[in-house]
Each structure stands twice: as structure tokens, then as C-alpha cells.
Design a protein around this ligand. Structure first.
Ligand code: ZN
Length: 176
């Protein structure tokens, strides 16, 4: 088992839309294992593949009932409103109060290729929205209102610009 570095704010892989998984095989299962280890070690409750540099539509989460993997996730329905203090492993040390839909209906595939259909609210619903956003290249900062967003971006630019960026080459070792 291994734990990978989590890409942080400013890394271009976080701003790219990830591509649909076409083949579910042992390599994808290994990727999910590494993602779960990395998420638990962080510690975090959700992790999208592009956060470890793999631009594939896969996320893992653990809302307290054990780790789960969702492949090619899509939110097909959402309603209500829920305000929650949200953080992100790719923006360590920050959290913002963000309002998003409360209830979501998530569909996707599991590691056996079976169709998943999960209805979730509150905390779990928030994880799903946050992770699907990651796979669309959207960070939580984009969900702030315009004034907060401007402030947050300025703050994060100075905070993360000095950090070492991963060379693009490393991601290719993990491409599945
Ligand atoms: Zn995140």
C-alpha cells in the first residue's frame, strides 16, 4: 500500500476535466486502493483521482461507513439548500462556509462495473458534489460568492505560489 502526494491549489491537473473511465480492470482497482489509502492518511473523507494527478473520472469517499469507490459519477438530480463549512485536501488549511444543494442523486459504476444509484443529503451529499466538481476541474473556491471568491483567490495565490509544483511527467506514470 502506498500514499501519494495530494496536488494542491495552482496545480493545473486540478483545473482540467477528467476523462471517463472506459475499462474497469485490476489497474483501476489498484488506483482506487491507493486513493483510499491516501484519503485515509490525509485524513480526508473524499478524494478525486485528479487530486493525485490522474485525470480519470473516479473518486473515493468514506462518510463513516467504510471506503467506497465511484467511477464515472454524475449527479442527475439535486434539490434543497445546505450550508456547511467545507474544506479541501488540495487547499490545506482553509475552509469556507458554502451553500449548495442539500439532496443529490448520484449515479455511476462500482469496481465490478455494476451501476450505482445513491441518494444522499447533508454531509454525504456535500462530499458527492465536492468530488464531482473536482472531476470537472472545479475547486470549492469557485462555489464562493464573487466577493469571497476574489478574496480567497488572492489569498491562495500568495499561499501556494511558492510551493514546488510536480513536473507534468510524474502523472503519466499513473495514467490508467
Ligand atoms: Zn477537494
Amino acid at each position: 500500500m502506498s500514499v501519494l502526494d495530494i496536488r494542491t491549489y495552482g496545480d493545473p491537473v486540478l483545473r482540467e476535466a477528467a476523462k471517463d473511465v472506459e475499462v474497469i480492470d485490476g489497474r483501476l482497482a489498484s488506483l482506487a486502493d491507493v486513493m483510499i489509502e491516501t484519503m485515509h492518511a490525509a485524513p480526508g473523507v473524499g478524494l478525486a483521482a485528479n487530486q493525485i494527478g490522474v485525470a480519470k473520472r473516479v473518486f473515493v469517499y468514506d462518510a463513516g461507513e467504510g471506503p467506497m469507490t465511484v467511477i464515472n459519477p454524475r449527479i442527475v438530480e439535486s434539490d434543497g439548500e445546505f450550508t456547511y463549512t467545507e474544506g479541501c485536501l488540495s487547499v490545506p488549511g482553509y475552509a469556507w462556509e458554502i451553500t449548495r444543494p442539500d439532496h443529490v442523486h448520484l449515479v455511476g459504476l462500482d469496481l465490478d462495473g455494476n451501476e450505482l444509484s445513491i441518494e444522499a443529503s447533508e454531509f454525504e451529499g456535500r462530499i458527492f458534489q465536492h468530488e464531482v466538481d473536482h472531476l470537472d476541474g472545479i475547486l470549492l473556491v469557485e462555489r464562493l460568492d464573487p466577493d469571497q471568491r476574489r478574496e480567497a483567490r488572492a489569498l491562495l495565490r500568495s499561499e501556494f505560489s511558492s510551493q514546488r509544483r510536480d513536473p507534468a511527467g510524474r502523472a503519466s506514470l499513473l495514467e490508467l
